[in-house]
Design a protein around this ligand. Structure first.
Ligand code: FES
Ligand code: FES
Length: 149
């Protein structure tokens, strides 16, 4: 089936079977490989994108449910929260292997866009669904607090 998805502000027409997860539409159909596959069952956060600004697991979100929605991926996330998060990520040398980091940045950006001064508890709640096998959690929390000023 053919659907039109708005991805990073641009309409993209894709031909994919009904129910195909957005993750595979991004990676296989549109060759946007910044969004990663981790678990495939909404447990790790590696595949996190924004749907209308909300962090969303693209591995379990069927592309054909997104007609009219605005999807933002790591390739296209912009704005003051995204700029601040990118800057502190680099400054704090957050990534280790880097595999989980697209998802971490998408979750952190959504948090900061909604709450410019998050507490430790807010950060833990927003980031708890994003697993990092390299255990960068302390660096992530430090960076988010720094971005919040
Ligand atoms: S790949 Fe989607 S949450 Fe793990
Ligand atoms: S940086 Fe390696 S999995 Fe998070």
């Amino acid at each position: 089936m053919t659907t039109t998805l708005n991805i990073n502000g641009k309409d993209e027409t894709v031909d994919a079977a009904p129910g195909t997860p957005l993750l595979w539409v991004l990676r296989d159909h549109l060759k946007m490989t910044g969004t990663k596959f981790g678990c495939g069952v909404a447990q790790c956060g590696a595949c996190t994108v924004h749907v209308d600004g909300t962090p969303t697991r693209s591995c379990i979100t069927a592309h054909d449910t997104l007609e009219g929605a605005k999807v933002t991926t790591i390739e296209g996330v912009t704005g003051s929260a995204a700029d601040a998060i990118r800057e502190v990520w680099v400054k704090n040398d957050v990534p280790q292997c880097g595999y989980c980091q697209s998802g971490q940045i998408m979750a952190a950006t959504a948090l900061l866009a909604e709450n410019s001064n998050p507490s430790d508890e807010d950060i833990d709640a927003a980031m708890s669904g994003n697993i990092c096998r390299c255990a960068t959690y302390m660096s992530i929390r430090r960076a988010i607090k720094e971005a919040a000023g």
